[in-house]
Design a protein around this ligand. Structure first.
Ligand code: HEM
Length: 148
């Protein structure tokens, strides 16, 4: 699976607007996430208060490199390791996905057209699939080590 050229084009075109508002978007994202999916609060119990900044930076870096994702290898590894430590599971991704899209819509207003939101949705789940796959490997490794 790869991202369609039109998705890449739209994400790149809107990346500056998202990056400029990244902190607002991530703060709104957590508001939506914790209100609509309170079960996810537990996962963030040891998170630092500025956790949203890390997510904002990650989203910005991802959007800027949407046509050159190889450069994100190290960042993916760090995110996957942290997610496994905090017990993030595949079923959490759609929760974060709808929350992040809702946040983009709320913060960007009219600039977040249906077309823009669809492109970001596709891009989000593309990254989510990469993270989920790596996290499944890490969970499996940890499981094997525990049984050895
Ligand atoms: C594509 C989607 C996602 C991206 C880009 C992302 C990004 C990040 C980043 C950059 C970090 C900091 C990593 C570090 O510096 O160690 C992080 C940590 C974390 N993420 Fe995600 N994440 C995503 C999905 C999720 C999901 C679905 C959940 C579950 C609700 C989640 C929960 C967490 C938690 C609990 C932490 C650790 C917080 C802490 O204890 O400091 N993330 N994520």
């Amino acid at each position: 699976m790869s991202l369609s050229p039109s998705t890449i084009e739209i994400v790149k075109a809107t990346a500056p607007a998202v990056a400029m508002n990244a902190e607002k978007i991530t703060i709104r994202m957590y508001e939506i996430l914790f209100a609509d999916f309170p079960e996810t609060k537990e996962l963030f119990k040891d998170a630092e208060p500025d956790q949203h900044k890390k997510l904002a930076i990650a989203v910005g870096a991802y959007a800027a490199n949407i046509d050159n994702l190889e450069v994100l290898g190290k960042a993916v590894e760090k995110m996957a390791t942290t997610h496994v430590r905090t017990k993030v599971k595949p079923e959490h991704y759609p929760m974060v996905g709808v929350s992040i899209l809702g946040a983009i819509k709320d913060v960007l207003g009219d600039a977040a057209s249906e077309e823009v939101l669809t492109a970001w949705k596709e891009a989000f789940f593309f990254l989510a699939d990469i993270l989920i796959a790596r996290e499944q490997e890490l969970y499996a490794e940890a499981d094997t080590t525990a049984k050895a």
